[in-house]
Design a protein around this ligand. Structure first.
Ligand code: GUN
Ligand code: ZN
Length: 427
């Protein structure tokens, strides 16, 4: 067992932020080898039960849940900042050529190591990530994530058409490789597999059907894809699948909407699409830096809340411009303001933070497992230093409320704010 004394941020069952200015976090093994939160709360009320436990005092620091990135592409770490007129030229000119390099196991291993180091530096402890169409990219990613004992979810991309040589897979072989990777990696330690059709335009009907069959056969495996991101992409999907009611419905028609299915973007939806998300239990990965960078549009928060489907925040690197959850939360705030004129509401810093931690975990079906610091959660957390820069120290020093403190960190924060990242109780 080990105890930490610091300010502590966590969330209650109603998604409200709970902040102990002088808190105690107790971490220890649950008996099966998993390090978990054993107790959390005010230092004064808890310490008498834990006087024998080694204590680390972190004055001036804030302990918070590790962030959960609901949608990211680890092989696109070298694509960040590649400008294009929109999604489809960006894929063609920058993304596919980079992803073709992941046929090489050594390149995959190098990129996986670099990416995971960057994630950890930014305070992200769980991510749902695309690999590429090459099984070697998934092997490399899971091998490195297992070495670090991280809770990570990844999948081999399925894309058997409308993709260039070097990234296109074979319809049947892609499905065979997917099932072999599920059996090899899903549930091993803290790793999980995600069936990963890139997006409907890049997959034949046969491949989507096969993906849906795998999703039915392995119900606790995740599904990840893209939908309704860009107007040209939507027109293309509609022309390829004219029998489906909408782009989102294509996935439903192939059995790919269910709990544990995460769809990136979900921008250009109507209320029937929103209801379909809600009724199937699928969730949206809101990716504001990517949507702004690629000019894709603005996620409609008020529409999502009105109909009531789940969503969480995501970097979507390399369409996204940063792995930093602070940058993502700030962009989400600005996008929320876009809808403010219609609803009179904008997102609070507590809501933004929840969407990138406990809310994202809940969207994955991992509520109570990661993304929070309640007893029973796995011991993945970060230590923030609100004095990490002169401006941050000056600004947070004047925060008169939790809201002001969180806002200052969201607006001014980046990797420098994350003093330490603890994974499975270590670090
Ligand atoms: N749609 C299909 N593939 C991709 C991708 O790699 N990134 C984004 N943002 N959208 C996609
Ligand atoms: Zn994406």
């Amino acid at each position: 067992m080990k105890a930490y004394r610091a300010a502590i941020l966590r969330f209650d069952a109603q998604h409200q932020a709970v902040f102990d200015k002088d808190g105690l976090l107790v971490v220890g093994s649950d008996g099966t080898g998993t390090e978990r939160i054993l107790a959390v709360g005010a230092y004064d009320s808890l310490i008498e039960n834990y006087v024998q436990v080694p204590l680390e005092h972190l004055p001036g620091r804030i302990i918070a849940p590790g962030f959960v990135d609901l949608h990211v592409h680890f092989p696109q770490i070298d694509v960040i900042g590649s400008p294009a007129s929109g999604l489809l030229p960006w894929l063609e000119n920058y993304t596919f050529p980079q992803e073709a390099r992941f046929a090489d196991a050594a390149h995959s291993a190098d990129a996986a190591q670099f990416f995971l180091t960057e994630l950890v530096r930014n305070g992200v402890t769980t991510a749902l990530t695309f690999a590429t169409s090459h099984p070697a990219s998934v092997e490399a990613f899971f091998t490195e994530a297992a070495r670090r004992r991280m809770r990570m979810i990844c999948g081999k991309v399925l894309q058997d058409r409308h993709s260039p040589d070097g990234v296109r897979d074979d319809t049947v072989q892609g499905l065979v490789d997917t099932e072999a990777l599920i059996q090899r990696w899903h549930g091993r330690g803290r790793l999980g597999y995600a069936i990963t059709p890139r997006f409907a335009p890049s997959c034949s009907e046969a491949q989507l059907r096969g993906a849906g069959e795998l999703a039915a056969r392995y119900p606790d495996v995740w599904i990840q894809s893209h939908v309704a991101e860009n107007k040209d992409e939507i027109a293309w999907a509609r022309s390829l699948f004219p029998q489906s009611r909408s782009y989102l419905s294509v996935y439903d028609d192939f059995g790919l909407l269910r709990a544990r299915a995460i769809y990136a973007h979900c921008i250009h939806f109507d209320d029937d699409d929103r209801a379909l998300m809600r009724d199937t239990g699928a969730a949206a990965a809101v990716s504001p830096t990517s949507n702004l960078f690629l000019g894709s549009g603005f996620f409609d928060y008020s529409g999502a809340d009105r109909v009531g489907f789940r969503y969480g925040l995501a970097s979507d690197v390399g369409g996204g411009t940063s792995l930093s959850p602070f940058h993502t939360m700030l962009a989400a705030y600005c996008v929320g303001r876009e809808g403010q004129t219609k609803t009179g509401l904008s997102l609070s810093p507590q809501q933004l933070w929840w969407q990138h931690t406990a809310g994202a975990a809940q969207a994955l079906g991992l509520g109570g497992v990661v993304g929070n610091l309640q007893p029973g959660c796995e011991a993945d957390f970060i230590v923030l230093d609100p004095r990490c820069t002169a401006l941050m120290a000056r600004r947070t020093g004047q925060a008169a409320s939790l809201e002001e403190l969180l806002f200052a960190m969201i607006v001014l924060g980046d990797d420098r704010l994350v003093a330490r990242t603890v994974i499975a109780g270590a670090g």
